[in-house]
Write a protein that binds this ligand. Sequence first.
Ligand SMILES: [Fe+2]
Ligand SMILES: [Zn+2]
Ligand SMILES: [Zn+2]
Length: 404
Amino acid sequence: MNSAMLSDVYINPEKKSVETLWKDGHRSIYHVTWLRFNCRCKVCKRTVIGELNIHRSQFPSDLRIKDARLTKNGSFLELEIIGEVVDGHVINIDSGWLKSACYCDQCLHEMLQERTLHFVDPTKVEVPKIDYNELDTQEGMLNWMKQVIDIGFVVIQNVPLEEGACIKVGEKISPVLQNTYGKLFDVLDNQSTENIANSQIWLPLHTDQCHYEAGPGVQLLHAIQFDDCVQGGESLLVDMFYVLETFRKEFPEDFNILSKVPVPFGTIDYQRKNPCYLYTRKPVIVTDYDDQIVGFNFNKGIEEPLRIHAKYVEKFYQAYNKLDRMINRNEFVFKHRLRTGELLFFNNRRMLHSREAYMSNGGRRRLQGCYISMEELRSKYVVCARLMGNLDVVAPKIGNGSAV
Ligand SMILES: [Fe+2]
Ligand SMILES: [Zn+2]
Ligand SMILES: [Zn+2]
């Protein structure tokens, strides 16, 4: 039995919607305006990306259903409506598409559930690793991207010790993104006054480039040189989505404050090599229409003075401090010391990252980094999985402000 076949259709008494019964027993309700504007007949169906065949603003606001019927053994739904503006038009929608677009509460819940993130316990799970040589195969590519989709990061081992090798790795997935620090940047102790990362001191957990409307998706950090004599300098990673789900349960009121109050982030430096003015404000936690956590902005190092309505000031700092303490709980922290030739590859909009302080002891810790698009990675992941036969692959959320 094909579960995406219709078995019956009823017009609701007010003629504003239909209820469909499916062969598997599922019931859906579709509204007349939704049905008309999603018509899949030969005239209306979009066949080219961007094509617009239904001119919605030409329709009256009060459409009604005149007739509804199933055709071809329940594989199509046909409707005629009062208020139609195209002569002789009959709405025609294939059942498979109609079922996949069902917006009943159960289907909406399932849509969000299947895209929700699954968290791993850093105290029980090894840091995920993959070898550079595997990246040349389709299986290797898929495995690489799957680790980033599933866990949020992966360490690529045996990356050639060449200048710009991280760009070559990144470009296997997406063009490298230009940012405040150029396309390729070095992280080493060079006494630079541009960024504190270029020192030996401890860096708190953070997200890079919160001063943009949307920070870069994936960050690559390639350990071109990390001498054994260097003491410290371990990389730390925390799945902020995991933390925030926990935070919401433990401190719901603080969660609400942090998802409402906007924090200013800025990088304003007229003295640096490439003078810049980057400034924006946005809440620490980003939620959506369904109250799903869909993003966050967390970087104390580039926060600007908080300017919010007085009644929120104290509440904000109390809430922020609770979150700040939570992210450092052992249960959330992955810790890894990069070896020379290893490349840390992580979703910057999901994983907070930091570095422990280090002492070079006559050696050197030099990382080279760049950013690529996480949305391109997810796109490649889905395409690659489908090419390899997994037509049911689901793309979970990636921290880009969307739950789907
Ligand atoms: Fe960073
Ligand atoms: Zn049509
Ligand atoms: Zn449904």
